[in-house]
Design a protein around this ligand. Structure first.
Ligand code: HEC
Length: 123
């Protein structure tokens, strides 16, 4: 019987501990992560992260750099859809040298490419 208060206390600690943790997790999911969630399966299927990273250039330019370069270009969406669909080379030679991107249209369809491009430009 004398364990009861201890157990109640323990329960309170566990419950409040958990709820605070859940709250923290929710607030740390920022807009970028939420947007990524929507296109994640497309990016995985397309194998984009085999060559790209969001923040640092790898074999290809980082998507932050891509977004920054096209931010004020009214034709950005079209240009990037074109590159991702049919492949691209030479535009990023200052960053990735002679590396080229092969066409991705066999792995992801037009609608999916448009969604990923919208995500990249939102970064
Ligand atoms: C085999 C490696 C590789 C894969 C896989 C790849 N990329 Fe690329 N990507 C590159 C390289 C290299 C460049 C730079 C091309 C250039 O210099 O023109 C690039 C450039 C880009 C650009 C900028 C194009 C431009 O016109 O400025 C975008 C956007 C992009 N990739 C998105 C994607 C997406 C989305 C996927 C997945 C569907 C993907 N990439 C898959 C290597 C890759």
């Amino acid at each position: 019987m004398h364990f009861l208060p201890l157990m109640v206390l323990l329960l309170v600690v566990i419950t409040t501990g958990c709820s605070r943790e859940a709250g923290d997790t929710l607030t740390t999911i920022n807009a970028e992560d939420r947007a990524l969630g929507k296109v994640k399966s497309i990016i995985i299927r397309g194998g984009c992260f085999g060559c790209h990273d969001i923040n640092e250039h790898r074999f290809g330019p980082s998507w932050i750099e891509v977004s920054a370069r096209y931010k004020n270009d009214p034709e950005a969406t079209q240009k990037l859809i074109e590159s991702v669909t049919h492949g691209s080379g030479g535009k990023w030679s200052a960053v990735v040298g002679s590396n080229v991107m092969a066409p991705n249209s066999a792995k992801v369809n037009d609608t999916e490419i448009a969604a990923v491009v919208e995500y990249i430009l939102s970064l």
